[in-house]
Design a protein around this ligand. Structure first.
Ligand code: ADP
Length: 239
C-alpha cells in the first residue's frame, strides 16, 4: 500500500492542474484506502509483536453478552449496509454475564466480522450467535462453564486444504499477488493467541453444519476467567 500512496501522491504533486477534478478525487481516495490498509497492517504487526513478547496484560471486567455483540456489530453497520449484507444477532436468552477481558473478545470478534464482510458477496448473510457449547461437548456439566460465539457467513468458504494454514501467521487461502482481497494474513493468528490468553480457543467450520456454503468461525471461552486460568496463561505466555 505504501507504493500506491507514494505513486498517487506524486502524480497529484506533479500534475495538479492537468488532472480533472474526478480523477484527482479518485487518486486521493486511493491514497486514503491504501493508507487505511497500511495502518491495519502496522496495527496487526504491533499486536502480534506484543502478544509474542508477553506484553499484553489482561483487563478482566464483567459485561452482558448482548451489549458485547451489539458493540461489535455497530462497528460494521455502514459496511454491511453498503454491501447490502443482512446481519442477524442470535443469542440464547439465559446466557449469564461474561467475566473476561472484554477488549480481547471484541478484537477477536472484530477480526471474524471483518473477514465475514470481506469474503461475503453483496446481498449475502452474516449471523453472530452466542450459545452454550452443544450437548456432548467436553465442558458440558450441569453448569455450563464455556460459551461459544460464532460468526457465520454465506461467503466463499475455506477449502479443506487451507483450513489449517489460515490460522498461521502471514497465511491466506489465496496467497497470490493478484488476489482481490486486502489483508496481512495476521488477523486469525492474532485471534488464536488472544483466545489462548482468555483460556479459550478459536476454530472454523466450512461450510457450517446444515448449510451448503460459507464458513463459521467460532470462539470458545470460559464464562468466567478465573485467577487460575489467568496464572496458567501468564506462565505459558513466555514460550
Ligand atoms: P487477512 O484477512 O488479513 O488475510 P486473516 O488471518 O484474518 O488475514 O485470514 C487469513 C485468511 O483466511 C484470509 O486471507 C482468507 O483466505 C481466509 N478467511 C478468513 N476468514 C474467512 C471467511 N469468513 N471466508 C472465507 N475465507 C476466510
Amino acid at each position: 500500500p505504501l507504493n500506491a500512496i507514494l505513486g498517487f501522491a506524486q502524480v497529484l504533486r506533479d500534475k495538479p492542474l492537468v488532472l480533472k477534478k474526478e480523477k484527482a478525487q479518485r487518486y486521493a481516495q486511493n491514497i486514503i484506502t491504501s493508507g487505511n490498509n497500511l495502518l491495519k497492517m502496522i496495527n496487526d504487526l504491533l499486536d502480534l509483536a506484543k502478544t509474542q513478547a508477553g506484553k499484553l496484560g489482561l483487563h478482566v471486567e464483567t459485561t452482558s453478552v448482548e451489549s458485547l455483540l451489539e458493540n461489535v456489530l455497530s462497528q460494521f453497520s455502514l459496511l454491511t449496509k453498503k454491501k447490502k449484507i443482512k446481519v442477524k444477532l442470535v443469542q440464547n436468552s439465559d446466557l449469564p454475564p461474561l467475566v473476561t477481558d472484554v477488549g480481547k473478545v471484541q478484537q477477536i470478534l472484530y477480526n471474524f466480522m471483518s473477514n465475514a464482510v470481506k469474503f461475503t458477496p453483496s446481498r449475502g448473510k452474516i449471523e453472530i450467535e452466542a450459545q452454550f457449547p452443544s450437548p456432548g461437548a467436553k465442558d458440558m456439566g450441569p453448569e455450563p462453564r464455556m460459551i461459544r460465539i460464532a460468526v457465520t457467513d454465506t461467503g466463499c468458504g475455506v477449502a479443506e486444504q487451507d483450513r489449517q494454514k489460515i490460522f498461521e501467521k502471514f497465511r491466506q487461502a489465496d496467497g497470490s499477488i493478484t488476489r482481490e482481497s486486502t489483508g496481512s494474513g495476521l488477523g486469525l493468528a492474532i485471534s488464536k493467541e488472544l483466545a489462548a490468553m482468555l483460556a479459550g480457543s478459536i476454530g472454523l467450520e466450512s461450510p457450517p453444519k446444515g448449510r451448503a456454503e460459507g464458513s463459521a468461525f467460532w470462539l470458545d471461552i470460559p464464562i468466567t476467567l478465573t485467577i487460575d486460568e489467568k496464572q496458567t496463561v501468564q506462565a505459558t505466555g513466555s514460550d
